[in-house]
Design a protein around this ligand. Structure first.
Ligand code: NAP
Length: 329
């Protein structure tokens, strides 16, 4: 029998094991046009927390009593569609489980890029890398010479932002929790790093950016967003990518410096990765080259086994990952 993580109850605050269950489930029949895949890698991502709530958003909520879904890389074991053969490696959205039978149209074969591991298509060449690329270069219109501040800079999206910004000739200030993570961010090329756990981020950022910032790439919200507002230069552009600080909280964030948006003509631009599906070609071209050449490096935190997928997910909210959090099956 296949096994999948099911949502059993909508979490309040930080999710717990009482909200989910790893259950056996019956795979659909392998009818014509269907493909059977055994998953090798599962992605866990902060946005999945929002899908556990019963609210209308840009992506549907998980249904109670049904397997959850998410990014995965797997290998075709059997195919009733001429476009897939056993052994093909595919990326798809039937994650949180060990096996999937889905219509062929739900799977995409991985492009063969020499030297690139399949799991990179869940990280730097997938959702998180694409989010960093389009968020920085399009939503924030970041360009050579800009001073860029990025929060959660040791995470999957953040570590890609740091490296893309450096590849494009920008000055980068990264924030992360703890000295080890800050050293990692520095090793990626960041010019300045802030350990937000060591003191108020508004003070640390003011010291790290005496000339102010042109761009803020927000992964965290809360005090980080406020600190960025406090030091933003005139006409600064903010890519509002995520606000993980608030995902498990019902308390609204208080922004003391929000009025600077007016005086400094700051542009706040929210965006979603899927807005850019029509432009993936340019992303694969440029990012694929950087990943293949080693200019952009991938670091993964790998948790082994389907049974530990939920722990891996929770680890995103406690900073258990450096780089991309992945589950290896
Ligand atoms: P990630 O950064 O790899 O993992 C989450 C990291 O956030 C943790 O490692 C932790 O790092 C930090 N964090 C957790 N709670 C925090 C808190 N209360 N205050 C400060 N930092 C905290 O995750 P990711 O997949 O790359 O996602 C990063 C952000 O991008 C998330 O907000 C996510 O929702 C967003 N996102 C948006 C899109 C989009 O289309 N707009 C797509 C993908 C991701 P530390 O140890 O440094 O605290």
């Amino acid at each position: 029998m296949a096994r999948a993580w099911h949502l059993t109850k909508r979490p309040s605050g930080m999710p717990t094991r009482a909200d989910v269950e790893l259950r056996e489930f019956t795979l659909p029949a392998l009818d014509d046009g269907m493909v059977h895949v055994r998953n090798r890698w599962l992605s866990v991502d902060p946005y999945m927390r929002g899908r556990m709530n019963d609210v209308k958003s840009y992506v549907p909520s998980f249904e109670i009593g049904k397997p959850m879904t998410g990014g995965a890389v797997g290998e075709v074991v059997e195919s009733r569609d001429p476009s897939f053969q056993p052994g093909d490696v595919v990326v798809h959205m039937a994650g949180w489980r060990d096996e999937a039978v889905e219509p062929a149209g739900n799977f995409n074969k991985l492009p063969a890029i020499p030297g690139v591991e399949p799991q990179a298509f869940l990280g730097n060449l997938g959702l998180t890398g694409g989010t960093a690329y389009f968020g920085l270069l399009d939503a924030a219109s970041a360009k050579e010479g800009d001073i860029v501040f990025v929060s959660a800079a040791a995470g999957a999206v953040g570590s890609a932002v740091v490296q893309i910004a450096k590849a494009k000739g920008m000055t980068v200030i990264g924030s992360a929790g703890g000295t080890e993570k800050c050293a990692f961010v520095k090793s990626l090329g960041a010019d300045e790093v802030i350990d937000y756990k060591s003191g108020p981020v508004v003070k640390s950022l003011a010291a790290a950016a005496p000339k102010g910032i042109d761009v803020y790439f927000d992964n965290v919200g809360g005090d980080h967003l406020d600190a960025a507002l406090a030091v933003a230069k005139q006409n600064a552009r903010f890519a509002i990518c995520g606000m993980i600080e608030g995902y498990n909280s019902a308390e609204p964030t208080c922004l003391r410096y929000i009025m600077r948006v007016i005086a400094m003509r700051i542009r706040l631009q929210g965006f979603i990765y899927t807005d850019y599906m029509g432009r993936l070609g340019e992303f694969y071209q440029e990012m694929g080259g950087w990943v293949a050449s080693g200019k952009v490096k991938s670091r993964d935190t790998v948790i082994e086994g389907l049974d530990h997928t939920f722990d891996a997910f929770l680890g995103l909210f406690t900073g258990a990952n450096t780089g991309k959090m992945l589950v290896k099956l």
